[in-house]
Design a protein around this ligand. Structure first.
Ligand SMILES: *Cc1c(COP(=O)(O)O)cnc(C)c1O
Length: 356
């Protein structure tokens, strides 16, 4: 085993399909009923998939507005994060990530033997822009990853902040990876139209969240011609399986279904916000953050106790119990799941009231 990998721990998630799953930011509903499964019957599973998922990429291009030639499909955006890391990083290169942010950035950088520089967000989860710019100048990162909106905080940064980071990175030959996994919940990306005109910007998208296809593992990388050409050279051939690509293509070719689905989700997100707003009012010091995603973060000292309690009630949420961050992250569910969540939260806050 390589030295750089010592101390790594597995990314373990128990397959608890019998629980109410509000822990993973997935969509609460499957769209498979809108898919013509007859077409899948015709699939030649004896043949390798389309090498670069041509039909899927074409459908995603049409759906998203990105030029088809500037899109690479991946086996989830997780695979694309890994491929980006393999493409750019030599051992010892510096990679910037924010804290908190999606953990896969750091993991993949470490796998490549890069040196990870974590920059903590401000208390309110805004960007410490001056610090980021100063550190880019001194430490000259090869890559900077950030999720936009941020997972787990749910926040967006301003366009000007991102543009200043892009300019600062450009001066040190650094590339920014803007992971827009949740952008559909936030509206249109201000960078989508311009991405290919930047020398040093990569956008990541996924079908796992607003499109509700996490099981299929479909991700997309968008960048200028030069980056696409380079990354194409190291992308594993046949990386997206035929069945996933076919289902994804069908749904992407049916934008009405996806648009309707987004509206339903936005309604549920609003409902969740209402439930959580009511809940935090009863908990001393608890702070609910506004969100541009399908989940909410609540900073609270009792994060772990609450998550344990909900787990007993068969409701799974995500909690953070570190030095820096004590919080729960809860993603939107369906009506029935929300009703159970509301009841359980009421029960917990009554117990809490008796303890303080
Ligand atoms: C969920 C998530 C992903 C994972 O996407 P996949 O396409 O399912 O691999 C990527 N980035 C962020 C920030 C996420 O929260």
């Amino acid at each position: 085993m390589r030295k750089a990998l010592q101390g790594m721990t597995p990314y373990k998630v128990k397959p608890e399909f019998d629980m109410i799953r509000l822990d993973n930011n997935e969509a609460f509903m499957s769209l498979l009923s809108s898919v013509d499964l007859g077409e899948l019957q015709e699939t030649l599973i004896n043949r390798y998939p389309a090498e670069s998922s041509e039909a899927l990429v074409k459908a995603y291009g049409k759906f998203s507005g990105f030029p088809v030639d500037n899109i690479i499909a991946g086996n989830g955006s997780d695979e694309l994060i890994s491929i980006i890391s393999q493409y750019f990083l030599d051992p010892g290169d510096v990679v910037f990530v924010l804290e908190p942010d999606f953990s896969m950035y750091e993991k993949n950088a470490v796998i490549m033997g890069a040196e990870v520089n974590q920059i903590s967000l401000n208390e309110d989860f805004s960007l410490p822009l001056e610090k980021v710019l100063a550190e880019i100048e001194t430490r000259k990162p090869k890559l900077m990853f950030l999720s936009y909106p941020n997972n787990p905080t749910g926040q967006l940064y301003s366009v000007i902040e991102i543009e200043e980071i892009l300019s600062a990175l450009q001066l040190v030959d650094g590339v920014l990876i803007l992971d827009e996994a949740y952008i559909d919940f936030a509206g249109e990306s201000p960078f989508a139209k311009k991405v290919i005109s930047y020398e040093n910007l990569i956008i990541l998208r996924t079908a796992s969240k607003a499109m509700g296809m996490a099981a299929l593992r479909l991700g997309f990388l968008i960048a200028n011609d030069q980056i696409i050409e380079g990354i194409s050279c190291i992308k594993p051939p046949y990386n997206v399986n035929t069945i996933s690509a076919q289902i994804g293509t069908q749904l992407l070719e049916n934008p009405n279904v996806l648009d309707q689905f987004l509206l339903i989700q936005l309604g549920q997100i609003a409902e969740l916000e209402e439930i959580l707003t009511e809940f935090v009012r009863k908990i001393v010091g608890a702070q609910l953050f506004p969100s541009h995603t399908n989940f909410f973060l609540i900073k609270m000292n009792e994060a772990k106790a609450l998550a344990d309690f909900l787990y007993e009630k068969k409701i799974k949420i995500r909690f953070f119990d570190g030095e820096k961050l004590k919080a729960v992250r809860i993603s939107a569910g369906n009506k029935e799941e929300h009703a159970k969540l509301r009841t359980a939260l009421n029960e917990w806050s009554e117990m809490y009231a008796q303890c303080i």
